[in-house]
Write a protein that binds this ligand. Structure first.
Ligand SMILES: NC(=O)c1ccc[n+]([C@@H]2O[C@H](COP(=O)([O-])OP(=O)(O)OC[C@H]3O[C@@H](n4cnc5c(N)ncnc54)[C@H](OP(=O)(O)O)[C@@H]3O)[C@@H](O)[C@H]2O)c1
Length: 279
């Protein structure tokens, strides 16, 4: 069943990765729709932009620090996220980390960071949250609990220099497909969003033309629409989705012939040579 915007009024949402970019824009949209939010990022409680939003939404916005790479801290954080609003209806996983790397400059530290944020963090939270969501028993006039994972169209096909980012994203997509049937049986609605390039600190690291580049508020609007829809997967924009979806379906030798043409001699990240893989 399609949810209406009104259905979000009073819904209790935990958004992980809401301090920047798409997530921050999504926080504003959810507040406008009347949802109650717990917003997390590594330093959400100290984030100036979130604190300003918080002061204007004291009843509906709570900030909770959460570093998804800190596996042993997460049970406590999950318990806090659950308790702040006395339960949750929706969990959104939007945390992401990106560092393009050539093979000859491959950094294991950067890869581990991307693997932890883009994949394992979601798995830790899923595992910790499941018992809490299983305990909830929505009455027939309530919406079923909802999980939404923001993955990426990059999960379709491994592109040159981007594998450290896209391999964990592809793993998360595969995991989502694997667990969706069991979650549906448990009454939990899992959705994935796979979108293309959005103008944030992550894509500021790219030095190539980005097909279909979107503003963060436009991307957040579409993620918001995904929350209200009955579909499992949301892909946008159409142009990049078509290109990557075609690459995924082509015979591999053809697809790899094409991606070899994307190799260039300049470093993938001329604009950002820092080792911080988060932005
Ligand atoms: N931008 C794109 O073109 C694009 C394309 C496809 C998919 N995506 C996906 O969309 C999502 C949002 O990306 P964005 O472009 O808006 O990036 P962003 O502006 O860098 O925002 C990423 C969010 O993740 C949080 N985060 C990073 N590491 C974290 C950690 N260890 N623990 C908790 N939170 C962490 C960040 O918070 P702090 O740094 O404050 O902790 C921030 O709130 C990501 O999953 C990304 O992979 C982006």
């Amino acid at each position: 069943m399609r949810r209406s915007t009104q259905a979000l009024i009073g819904q209790k949402v935990w958004l992980v990765g809401g301090s920047e970019g798409i997530g921050f824009e999504l926080v504003k949209k959810l507040l406008d729709s009347g949802a109650q939010l717990v917003v997390s990022a590594r330093a959400a409680e100290q984030n100036t932009a979130l604190l300003a939003l918080r002061s204007a939404n004291l009843e509906n916005l709570y900030l909770l620090n959460c570093d998804v790479t800190q596996k042993h801290d997460l049970p406590t954080v999950i318990d806090q996220a659950w308790s702040i609003l006395d339960g949750l209806d929706t969990w959104i996983y939007n945390a992401g980390s990106y560092q393009p790397m050539r093979l000859d400059e491959w950094s294991i530290d950067s890869f581990e960071q991307m693997n932890s944020v883009n994949y394992l963090g979601a798995v830790y939270l899923m595992n910790g949250l499941l018992p809490y969501f299983r305990k909830t028993n929505p009455s027939t006039d309530q919406l079923s609990p909802l999980w939404l994972w923001n993955i990426s169209l990059a999960s379709d096909f491994g592109l040159p220099y981007g594998g450290g980012y896209s391999a964990p994203k592809a793993a998360l997509q595969n995991l989502a497909e694997s667990i969706q049937p069991e979650l549906a049986e448990a009454g939990i609605d899992l959705k994935v969003v796979n979108h293309g390039f959005v103008q944030t600190r992550l894509t500021a690291k790219n030095n190539f033309p980005m097909l279909g580049l979107m503003a963060p508020d436009m991307a957040a609007k579409k993620v918001f629409t995904a929350l209200l829809s009955h579909k499992f997967e949301h892909r946008f924009p159409f142009s990049l989705g078509l290109v990557l979806g075609t690459l995924k379906r082509l015979p591999k030798s053809w697809a790899l012939f094409l991606t070899q043409k994307m190799l260039n001699t300049s470093p993938p990240s001329e604009k950002n040579s820092s080792t911080d893989s988060n932005g």
